[in-house]
Design a protein around this ligand. Structure first.
Ligand code: SF4
Ligand code: SF4
Length: 292
């Protein structure tokens, strides 16, 4: 086994199945938008899957030195592709899923670039109407395309890269984003950042480049506010958010009862109420923290 490649220690995952969405509540204009987004999203999943197969045929077992200029180029390229949040962390094997249900990725390189793309404020405000769910799917498609393009760019610079799709990749993205010091996990299990609150989707690229740029350690004070707030717990229509997170045997915290959430999520074509009611989305990080 190539010593550079990381593999799962058995974390279980669930994938959003778009076929289970309640088609009955979709209005014709929404159906039209869905029909434009879904093919783009599927095409980006297929490309990520195909690139991984190619990549893994010739995996290398060497870390390649990366300069500050290289990382700066990556940041600039990602920004040009519409990525709003970018961070860096080593891959934690405890966070890799046993089965990657969207792109079949089984191994990852040692280091990672974590990417985030904003969902439109106005669309999330419409939750739990299908417009909010549609916005999640739009970002899965856009971020999927951007992640693939950034991985291509990295390969063009002679580094190895594995693009992990935002729809449901091989690793727990919010925990990797916390590791990269991009934000903190909210009580509804989503990453909360200063820039967008809980209103972003995440993806990742595993890479054989090192050393990674330094992460600025910051005390976000988000958890402090979360402790006093609890709005998402109170307003989740199916009580799917635990008051206190459960600690699984592998030490990973679970904040959501997945079966309850998924049922409602499919019924309302994406729900997103726990994003809509979060003050970090509603009024933004600075205003929330000034209330502490
Ligand atoms: S709604 Fe409140 S408790 Fe829930 S994640 Fe947002 S700030 Fe934290
Ligand atoms: S997506 Fe909806 S059902 Fe799921 S946890 Fe959030 S508010 Fe509850």
């Amino acid at each position: 086994m190539n010593k550079l490649l990381k593999k799962s220690r058995g974390l279980k995952s669930r994938l959003i199945d778009i076929n289970k969405f309640n088609q009955g509540i979709l209005k014709s204009n929404i159906v039209e938008k869905f029909s434009k987004i879904i093919p783009k999203m599927i095409a980006s999943v297929i490309k990520a899957k195909r690139d991984y197969k190619k990549e893994i045929k010739t995996p290398i077992d060497e870390i390649k030195l990366a300069s500050k200029e290289f990382w700066q180029e990556i940041i600039e390229k990602a920004t040009a592709l519409g990525v709003g949040i970018i961070g860096f962390a080593s891959v934690d094997e405890n966070l890799i899923f046993e089965k990657d249900q969207s792109t079949d990725i089984k191994f990852l390189y040692e280091n990672a670039i974590i990417l985030g793309m904003e969902m439109r404020y106005e669309s999330i405000e419409k939750a739990p109407e299908p417009e909010a769910g549609l916005e999640s799917l739009r970002i899965y498609a856009e971020l999927g395309v951007a992640t693939n393009k950034l991985a291509d760019f990295i390969r063009s610079k002679d580094y190895k890269a594995i693009a992990c799709h935002p729809l449901g990749g091989p690793i727990l993205y919010p925990a990797m984003a916390v590791k990269a010091n991009l934000g903190v996990m909210g009580r509804q299990g989503l990453l909360i950042t200063k820039k967008y609150g809980p209103r972003q989707r995440l993806s990742m690229i595993a890479i054989n480049a090192s050393p990674l740029p330094e992460n600025l350690l910051e005390d976000f004070k988000i958890s402090e506010f979360c402790e006093k707030c609890g709005k998402c717990i109170e307003l989740c229509p199916v009580n799917a958010i635990f008051d206190k997170p459960l600690i699984k045997e592998n030490g990973i915290l679970t904040r959501i009862d997945g079966s309850k959430c998924f049922e409602y999520f499919y019924e309302y074509t994406g729900c997103s109420l726990c994003i809509k009611v979060c003050p970090f989305h509603k009024i933004g990080y600075d205003k929330v923290i000034s209330k502490l």
